[in-house]
Design a protein around this ligand. Structure first.
Ligand SMILES: Cc1cc2nc3c(=O)[nH]c(=O)nc-3n(C[C@H](O)[C@H](O)[C@H](O)COP(=O)(O)OP(=O)(O)OC[C@H]3O[C@@H](n4cnc5c(N)ncnc54)[C@H](O)[C@@H]3O)c2cc1C
Length: 580
């Protein structure tokens, strides 16, 4: 149940206000659960029989698989019914991303088709452009790709060198340049290409058979081998002016807004992958015998399983909390101006999208890494699925904005909103600095929540001090921003886990939330103390350091016992103990 349907929370406001309740997977409606089942069946019946062949280079299977996904309605979840889509809430698209995650490379082909490939057209396409392409993309008859990155510019996307020049007769743009790492390039029909015009970065819809388009060979990659990744070369490609997408010089809006959507789906997909890793690991740990007993009985194996379960629960709670906020905001929109309103709604939660991207991809990396370890030597063998999961995982920290870029965006966006007067961040930080000098020693009523509120105070204090000292140059203090981002990510995850656990009857979720929170508090203390001397000096530094210690104080608890209880539950469930 959601507390207040009409008043969607503002993005980032959880840092300043306590939250009572929010959307969780336990709130999924029947449609969402039905789609979850459809995805499960699709993976078993359609993908599994060809998965090995795809891993070994038979990338052409992507084409009928996408068509089948189209037939099942899975390509048009975010598209209006007019074009054959289902027009369902964003939560449904995340549930699909989660369910498809174990397909590795194919989930990337699918993700590109339905997010960065198709959404630029959905949000910025003219009626004529949509009429021409959209229904065919929804059915899987056409496949889409997104061309932003170049050999010399990835994170620095605005540094793109591909150029588009209007021909003298004003009928075409001539595109010249090279795009790099383009997913789906081997078989896509429609490419959203970002190129520089004299007005700035601009997006174009380019068809595969337009003369002058050439492709490099398939990249030999570490993982997601079932996906196609190639260079795309543009040599005087004549693109009709009707294929200009959005406004001249406003391509960055398309590029970055679409990435926001990609980010929360990537986070959700990563949580799905981590669940798969935990399942493989729990089952293996029960079967594998060493020193006369299943390795599942060893404390150090249980510790890994418990950590995976705890992080997955926190990540999953954060993902669906965000999706709930987004869907709630989108529900109250002015439907007359749908595309613009939807984009504004999504942009509102860009901070949370970056948080989920970093959190999910790192939970996944942790889970597959420990998963390989639990499998011992067999984890290093291509015969075991955990080996592929380990390789497939790694890309998630690199694409859709590297985790460094997303870490910088989290505090960066908060500070920008504060400067614009949209979030009363600086007022809160100033008030807090006074409070920290006159500590209150009252015992809080709700100790666990108050620990999280204290982490919020710490993050606010760090943000406030950094903004005060470095003002407009704060962007250059990346290490300080990185620590702040880590604390913010942990706050969002720990709070989401704690509040969700309180709605669940099984006490194991209280353990899971506590395990996450205690470690988050310790990480926050170490992080804050590592950067405070950069922000304040002398006595002020000592006062702030002692405030940081006070805000992160907690009695030691028996985490060994807590982890063992969680591991027992994961072993019983043979994987992630999904709350009922
Ligand atoms: C398999 C695969 C599929 C892909 N699919 C697509 C696709 O379909 N379409 C597309 O357009 N692109 C795609 N990409 C490209 C991907 O988005 C980029 O690789 C990514 O954005 C990073 O850019 P880069 O590789 O140029 O690294 P760089 O930007 O050169 O980064 C190198 C390192 O420096 C760090 N760094 C860079 N700038 C900063 C900074 N300001 N501060 C701190 N650290 C920084 C990065 O975090 C990273 O650790 C794909 C990539 C791969 C590998």
């Amino acid at each position: 149940m959601i507390a207040d349907r009409k008043q969607a929370k503002k993005g980032g406001s959880w840092l300043l206000e306590p939250t009572a309740t929010f959307f969780t997977p336990e709130d999924f409606d029947d449609t969402t659960r039905m789609i979850q089942d459809t995805v499960r069946t699709f993976v078993e019946k359609e993908y599994a029989p060809v998965s090995d062949a795809m891993e070994h280079g038979a990338l052409e299977h992507n084409i009928p698989l996408l068509a089948k996904a189209g037939e099942l309605g899975l390509l048009g979840v975010e598209v209006s019914e007019e074009y054959g889509g289902l027009d369902l809430p964003k939560t449904v698209s995340t549930v699909i991303a989660e369910g498809l995650s174990p397909t590795g490379g194919f989930s990337v082909s699918y993700g590109v088709q339905t997010s960065i490939g198709l959404l630029p057209l959905v949000y910025w396409g003219t009626k004529a452009q949509k009429d021409k392409y959209l229904a065919k993309l929804v059915s899987g008859e056409l496949i889409a790709a997104y061309c932003l990155t170049e050999p010399q510019s990835g994170s620095d996307a605005m540094g793109a060198k591909t150029r588009a020049e209007l021909t003298e007769d004003g009928k075409y743009y001539l595109l010249n340049g090279t795009k790099m790492w383009i997913s789906n390039a081997g078989f896509a029909h429609l490419f959203t290409v970002f190129a520089k015009t004299k007005e700035g970065l601009t997006a174009f819809l380019v068809e595969r058979d337009m003369p002058g388009l050439r492709f490099g060979g398939e990249e030999k990659k570490l993982g997601i081998k079932a996906s196609s990744t190639r260079q795309v070369f543009f040599e005087d490609v004549k693109v009709p002016v009707e294929n200009l997408l959005g406004e001249l010089g406003k391509g960055h809006k398309i590029a970055f807004n679409v990435l926001n959507v990609g980010r929360y789906k990537l986070g959700a997909g990563a949580i799905g992958g981590a669940k798969e890793a935990l399942e493989l690991s729990a089952k293996y740990a029960k079967e594998r015998v060493a020193f006369g007993t299943p390795i599942a009985n060893f404390g150090l194996i249980q510790q890994k399983l418990a950590e995976m379960a705890s992080r997955i629960f926190a990540g999953e709670s954060a993902v669906y909390r965000t999706m709930g906020m987004i869907d709630e905001a989108l529900e109250n929109l002015d439907k007359a101006n749908a595309a613009e309103a939807v984009l504004a709604g999504i942009e509102e939660y860009a901070i949370e999208a970056s948080i989920i991207k970093v959190l999910g991809s790192e939970i996944l990396d942790y889970s597959v890494d420990e998963g390989v370890q639990i499998h011992g030597g067999y984890g290093y063998s291509a015969e075991y699925p955990i080996e592929r999961a380990y390789r497939d995982s790694r890309i998630n920290r690199i694409f859709e904005g590297t985790n460094e870029i997303n870490r910088l965006l989290i505090p960066g966006m908060l500070l920008r909103r504060a400067l614009k007067g949209e979030l009363p961040l600086f007022e809160a930080a100033t008030q807090l600095q006074k409070e920290l000098l006159e500590p209150s020693f009252d015992e809080p009523e709700d100790k666990e929540m108050s620990q999280i509120e204290n982490l919020k105070k710490l993050a606010l204090a760090l943000l406030g001090l950094a903004a005060q000292k470095y003002t407009t140059k704060v962007e250059q203090e990346q290490e300080v921003l990185g620590v702040t981002a880590d604390i913010l990510i942990d706050i969002y995850a720990a709070e989401s886990a704690l509040l969700r656990s309180r709605r669940l009857t099984d006490s194991v979720y209280a353990d899971i939330a506590q395990l996450y929170a205690y470690q988050a508090i310790d990480r926050a203390q170490a992080g804050a103390l590592s950067v405070l001397p950069r922000l304040v000096e002398g006595d002020e530094m000592r006062v702030m350091a002692s405030a940081a210690r006070r805000l992160t104080k907690h009695d030691p608890v028996d985490l060994v016992e807590i982890r063992r209880r969680i591991a027992t539950k994961a072993l019983e469930a043979e994987g992630y103990p999904q709350p009922k």
